[in-house]
Write a protein that binds this ligand. Structure first.
Ligand SMILES: [Zn+2]
Length: 258
């Protein structure tokens, strides 16, 4: 693609459950979801294990330059990850570890994207900046552990990368002519906070800042804004308690047009 810069930082004092891999023509981010305390996931592995295995199985075909649809690439990665623990874990358990996915890939004269759950792809197409998100997790009837589990990877609910081979085909996908894409980013929700929770700017400002300051500069500014806003009272706009800090990950891509 061209100039790819990336950064990933755990929330202070925690294990980073985000993951990022980038190559010359592609980049993706994953954000592992922590099961509620006391819930039996049926899996002996932790969320970090899940994102590492999913990342490894996504990175191989992308490195080898596959032109298969990103839905198929993700389905194959989930199938391979299933194979890594089907002998030891109950893969039918609806609380099995899971992850969001956001992938960007240059494929000849096209730039493909795929978004599953609450990570995002930000695209600058001829100066028009848009954020591709999947907001189905925002529309559940309630957020008790039972309700979330009952809606996970089910029609009418929300979809994440876990054990379901149907989930990739529910992702938000699209392609843009490569000649129209100036720059782009893949980000986890810890970086989406820049726009959505902290109001540091819009999506175009985020791309500008990722370009000027680099991902770690942007993440440092997000951390400072979180400290100022939530340092003494970690409540979001609706009054609900939120995480003061979150794992934050971004890859910024400046497209090369030769
Ligand atoms: Zn397992």
């Amino acid at each position: 693609m061209a100039d790819v810069r990336y950064g990933s930082l755990a929330a202070p004092g925690s294990v980073n459950e985000d993951y990022l891999v980038a190559g010359p023509t592609w980049a993706f981010v994953l954000d592992g979801a922590t099961a509620p305390a006391g819930v039996d996931s049926g899996c002996r592995h932790d969320v970090r294990w899940l994102v590492e295995h999913l990342a490894a199985h996504l990175a191989v075909p992308l490195t080898l330059g596959t032109s298969a649809p990103l839905t198929d690439v993700l389905a194959d990665a989930i199938a391979a990850t299933r194979g890594d623990h089907e002998a030891t874990c109950d893969l039918d358990n609806p609380d099995s570890p899971s992850s969001t996915v956001a992938i960007l890939r240059r494929r000849g004269n096209a730039v493909d994207h795929l978004v599953l759950a609450d990570s995002a792809v930000v695209l600058d197409i001829g100066g028009d900046v848009r954020c591709v998100t999947d907001d189905r997790l925002d529309h559940l009837p309630s957020y008790t552990p039972d309700v979330v589990a009952a809606h996970r990877n089910r029609p009418g609910g929300f979809w994440v990368a876990s054990t379901s081979l149907d989930a990739p085909y529910e992702a938000i996908t699209g392609s843009s002519p490569a000649s129209d894409v100036r720059r782009a980013a893949v980000v986890t929700d810890g970086v989406m906070r820049y726009v959505e929770l902290l109001g540091l700017g819009d999506w175009a400002d985020l791309l500008d800042d990722l370009g000027f300051e680099g991902p770690y500069g942007v993440i440092a500014r997000i951390r400072a804004a979180e400290e100022a806003r939530f340092g003494t009272d970690p409540r979001g706009p609706t009054g609900k308690r939120i995480k003061k800090h979150d794992d934050a990950t971004a890859a910024y891509v400046l497209m090369e047009h030769t």
